[in-house]
Design a protein around this ligand. Sequence first.
Ligand code: ATP
Ligand code: AMO
Length: 440
Amino acid sequence: NELNTIAQLDKLPIGTEVDFRARIHTQRQLSKALDFLLLRDQTHSIQGVLSRENMDMVKWVQKLNPESLVQVHGVLKEPPEPIRSATHSGVEVDIDSIYLVNAAASAPFSNYKPPESLRNRMSSRILDLRHPSNQVLFRVRSLVTRVFRETMENKGFVEINTPKLQPAATESGAAVFKVNYFGRNAFLAQSPQLAKQMCVSADFRRVFEVGPVFRAENSNTHRHLTEYTGLDIEMAIDEDYHEVIWVLDDFLKAVFEAVYSLPEIELLQKRWPSSEFKWLEETLVLDFKEGLRMLREDGRDVEEEDLSTPDEIRLGQLVKEKYGTDYYILDKFPANARPFYTHRDPEDRNWTRSFDIFIRGQEICSGGQRIHDPDELRTNMLAAGISEDGMEDYLAGFDLGAPPHAGAGLGLERIVSWMFELGDVRYASLFHRDPKSLPE
Ligand code: ATP
Ligand code: AMO
């Protein structure tokens, strides 16, 4: 007989004999005659009742630590005062027998009342991940990736896996991890930027990747990881780089729809309460210059170079007030703020054909049109102080005639963290890496 999940027990008639596996969440001795066990599986819980007629069994169970994995045989019964919720069973189980599947040693904290601080929780990440809110969070993460793959495949994109060991830095600006490659220097990819452009030069037309991205930035913020998961796309464009924006817009709207209609989402929101996420049927694309104007009108002293993080957050609030959306696109960034491969605006070369995407005032994506003219690209690299060493294969693609193209990269942890206002990207990373990770 297959074991039931706790969620399934709720749907069976009272009096049914059931077998299921669960962890001991808490134990309470509330009356002289009975012991109560709160039993938990991935996302659901149920109350188990042990009669004290079998004192040997009661004493044995009392010695088990919370988190111990047990297999229960019992009969479903109506509780005196049902406390049904979406994830707590409305029925109880009268326990006939209980077997220890595997014992848990004494845990550093109780998942019944886990600590609130990130640091304390991360001190025992496996225990923390067992918490139902995390079980849901990582299903959400998986769903975002699935929607990404589905959307891109439906639009004729090919999934690629680009090398993470690179001969040169792949992203100007972001710092790079150096590794010893048989006595030579190699670098961990700071993005699939060069390789995905090379695929377009190779006439793949439309490509996407889900893969690790390494950044050696010593940034101890709630938004920076040293290893994160990038969702990247690159495509040949017919007329205009906004074709990339509309692909991403379809993807993100499909994510919002799918994620906010998950039934277990309340478990996530119980732990991380967040305001309702609003988006418009027709996505707002705001010019960077208009963003600057809104910030200045608000009394902020902003430069034309780039926006600081507090400026971005304030702009997010101003956009929300004016347009009623938590999701928008900021378009046509100044050239100073963008990497060497970014296509300039031919009308005014201080500006570019590039954009960022924001949710709740926080950046989740950067993208834009790329330079496809080899001479212009070499001139830009020289101006940016980027050596051609290690870039030969990349540049060869342009010398062979690359199609006009555009693309973008999104940070998976940032999408999930800002959608649900987790407050820190570390929560959305399984075993996070930041500048303080790894023992000395
Ligand atoms: P990008 O995707 O372009 O890398 P980002 O969100 O990672 O964007 P960066 O351009 O890398 O941002 O970093 C610039 C912003 O990060 C600055 O505005 C600064 O506020 C913030 N920042 C970076 N490092 C730190 C730090 N150690 N402490 C606080 N803030 C930091
Ligand atoms: P960028 O450097 O802006 O652009 O990175 C793209 C997206 O990746 C996420 N991100 C991060 N997430 C967690 N920790 C970090 N340290 C971190 N740094 C960046 C953000 C960001 O928007 N090659 C370009 C993309 C392109 O033009 O195709 C690039 O890498 O969500």
